[in-house]
Design a binder for this molecule. Sequence first.
Ligand SMILES: [Zn+2]
Length: 252
Amino acid sequence: MANKCAICGADINLVQQQKLADGNYICRKTCQKKGMKAYFDFIHSDLGQVQDHIKQVEVGTKIFNDVFVPAIKGPKKARPKQYGTGIFVLEDQGLMALARPDYKYFIFGKYYPQACVFRLGDLRGYEPTKITKKPDGTAADQNKKYIHFSFMNTMGLCDFDYEYSGDAKKLAKDFDTIFGIQKTLGNIKNTWKSQIDATKAVVDAAKAVASGDEASYEDKGTAAAEALDVAIYGDRTELNRKADAVLSKYSI
Ligand SMILES: [Zn+2]
C-alpha cells in the first residue's frame, strides 16, 4: 500500500514512510531529512510541528552560517563557547545553537549542513537525564549520558534529550552564570534581592485580589509571575534584547 508524503506529495511505501501521531505520513528520503532526526521526535509529532521544525532548521542553518561560523573562525575572544561537538553558545549575541557537523566536508574546514538556533533567554531546562528511548523510538544505550533541554517561546524542536558525554555539571554551571542564577553562598545577595522582589509582588497581587479590584489584580498578578520568573530563572531581558537584534533580520 502506497501513501503520499503530506509535505512533498511523493508516493511512499512502507519502508520509505514515517508515520506521524496525527496519522499523516512523510517521506524519509527528503522531508524527514530536512529535520534533525537525532533530536526531533517525529513519531509523537503532528504535521504542523514537523513543518515548524523544518522551518526552524532552514532558518537556523542560515543564521548559524551567517553568525556562528564567522565567530568560530574569528579572533579567540569572540568565539562561541563550544560544548562537545554540537552545542555552541554566543553569549554576546544572546544566542545558542545546536549544529551537526558533517565530517565528509572536513577538507573545507568543519561544515554544518544543519543547525537550530535558539534565544539563550528562552532556555529553561538543562538537566542531566537518563532516557530509555531515542526520538526515533529505538532503545537508547543506557551507558550514554543525556541532557534534557527545554526552551520557551520556541516552535519546532524545543523539548529534547541531547547526547552529551562531557561534564554536564559544568555546562549547567555555565548556563547558571549566564542567567545570573547564583547557587553558591558567596553570591546569595542577588538571589536574595530577586526573591524579596518576588515576595513583594506576590503580596501585592494577593492584596489586589482581596480588594476585588479586577483591573488591578490582573496587572499585579502579571507582575508577580514575572518577578517569580526572575527569582527562579534569572533576568533574561538583556539576553533577549541582544538576540532579537540579530534575529530581526530573519523571518522566523
Ligand atoms: Zn516528502
